[in-house]
Design a protein around this ligand. Sequence first.
Ligand code: UDP
Ligand code: MG
Length: 326
Amino acid sequence: MTRVTPSQKPPRDAAAPALSIVAPCFNEAMGVKEFHRRVSAAASGFGAYEMILVDDGSSDSTWAEISALCTNDPHVRGLRLSRNFGHQAALTAGLKAARGARTIMIDADLPDPPELLTAMMAEMDAGADVVFGRRKQRLGETAFKRISAAAFYRVVNRLAEVRIPVDTGDFRLVSRQVLDALLRMPERHRFVRGMVAWLGFRQVGVEYVRDPRYAGVTNYTLGRMVKFSMDAITGFSTVPLQFAHIVANVALIVGLGVFGYIAYSIVAGTAVPGWASILAFTALFASAQMFILGVMGEYLGRMYMETKRRPLYFVAETLNSDLKEG
Ligand code: UDP
Ligand code: MG
């Protein structure tokens, strides 16, 4: 095991492996050993490989587990981020470190079978540049998760200018050319599967059944999202820009209520001419303006974050690796 601190940076390893495996790990201490076992078995048939495990600021002993794996297996490279930057940023950190001719992105909690690698490699041998796993069925996930995931992909595909294959995650095998292209996209609000779809090249899918997570619990709970937004408000966020949405919805409901009242008072013959229609239209148009302001706020907020040009993440420590910068 070679330990690298920021002050000593050895030269880059000249011999690139055939395959890089990249897995972001957030509080995966219970599962990372099993992940290593299954992935090592699946990868061993394809020549030289490296397994990049990114600890995304875990609060459990994930980093200790990764360190132990790095000591015992030179294939494993460990990256520890300076704090929790989120799934997509951690994935990006790992992708940037990848040196392989081909790279597979896979979740550390083993919902996607590493054994599918054989079929994915075969598709790439046959000429594909991107091979994504498509979930035929999800085991061990709540109805809420299944329904929200299905709705999510359908809404995104309706609004976005790219077609993201339905029911896929970030479980993907990409060629060096595609990975280099992906890494040239510098945006902060990263949605890696959409970005890969946007790239083009020859993309094919391989179907599989999604397993329940091996150990631990999902990191994408409703509570986490709520906490996230509170942190964002108290920190330095653009959320207040979006309050216009709430105001718009309230105004819309009030406006519709007034409309109902007008209709009622006309039918009942109690309408005072003039005032009600003015009030209703004022409320309705005010809500429309607020809605448009809210949409502009969403975009403005994202532009604000982009103009800061902050690195996506910071690497605090690396093992068996020469990469340190963000
Ligand atoms: N993950 C991460 N940082 C986070 C949240 C998640 O690196 O802040 C990793 C996690 O360890 C896992 C993958 O991203 O390898 C997917 O997360 P999870 O399994 O919690 O999400 P789900 O599969 O439930 O959508
Ligand atoms: Mg998972």
